[in-house]
Design a protein around this ligand. Structure first.
Ligand SMILES: C[S@@+](CC[C@H](N)C(=O)[O-])C[C@H]1O[C@@H](n2cnc3c(N)ncnc32)[C@H](O)[C@@H]1O
Length: 250
């Protein structure tokens, strides 16, 4: 296995058993969903980069319709399937092991595209371009994206993100990408920092402590980087974070 693959495997192991693999919040997602109008009856829905399915299960429960749930991690999809069974929602979940950049679906077959904390893997612009053809006429997309909250980004924050995610943009730059990719932005909503700590970093810290004595060097470096990421967010989190983009295919 190549170093990069070993790194991804360690990252996946560190996130197993967690409700979420990235920052998010069920109440906040419900709020976002409450803002979405004009969906057809029995909407065709996809959750892309679903992880262990926090979003998928919410969508399945709310809409009572089948959700196409995509992730390239078999481990996360297995967790999703088990959780769906526990909640009696498994008949509403189609778990699809696939690269989110190569979905190969029929064009214009999605009425609601949901993607939390995952689009950055293609870059926001790349995700919009890859997914726009899948959108049905007037379909809705909700994508949460890591972005700057300000145009006046402090130098230390810019340097950090240039290394971690060079394609990071401001909300207005991302809106521009959306407009140029065939979407109208209906709203941008910032995930509160509390959701990071309560629902992601908190549970992740517990998982990290269970690997503290691991002799796996790659796991140790993943843990060190995650600790640094948390420290940086604690110190500078007012300048960046996830924003939910509510968009309509136009
Ligand atoms: C930060 S996690 C978010 C997971 C979930 N949406 C949530 O909010 O808990 C990003 C997810 O994207 C998946 N992922 C990363 N690159 C991918 C790709 N190229 N194709 C499919 N899934 C990918 C990861 O396995 C992971 O589950």
């Amino acid at each position: 296995m190549k170093e990069h693959e070993k790194y991804i495997q360690a990252l996946i192991r560190l996130h197993l058993g967690l409700e979420r693999q990235g920052p998010g919040d069920t109440n906040y997602s419900n709020y976002i969903l409450s803002l979405i109008k004009d969906l057809p009856k029995n909407p065709r829905i996809a959750d892309i980069g679903c992880g262990a399915g926090a979003g998928t299960l919410l969508l399945a429960d709310k809409f009572k319709t089948k959700i196409r749930a995509v992730d390239f991690s078999r481990e996360f999809l297995n967790e999703l399937i088990n959780r769906a069974k526990q909640r009696g929602l498994d008949h509403l979940v189609e778990a699809i092991e696939c690269d989110m950049g190569r979905l190969g679906w029929q064009p214009e077959t999605i009425d609601l595209l949901w993607s939390e904390g995952a689009a950055y893997n293609l870059t926001f612009e790349g995700a919009l371009k890859a997914w726009r053809p899948l959108m049905a006429a007037n379909g809705m997309a909700v994508i949460s994206e890591m972005n700057y909250f300000t145009n006046a980004v402090p130098e230390s924050v810019r340097v950090y993100w240039q290394k971690a995610y060079p394609a990071i943009g401001t909300e207005s730059e991302n809106s521009n990408h959306a407009n140029l990719s065939g979407f109208e932005v209906l709203g941008i909503h910032r995930l509160p920092a509390k959701a990071w700590w309560d629902n992601y970093y908190g549970p992740l810290t517990k998982n990290m402590s269970s690997f503290k004595n691991s002799e796996d060097k790659i796991m140790q470096s993943v843990i060190k980087e995650t600790e640094e990421e948390m420290k940086f967010f604690k110190e500078h989190g007012e300048h960046y974070g996830y924003s939910f983009y509510i968009m309509k295919a136009v």
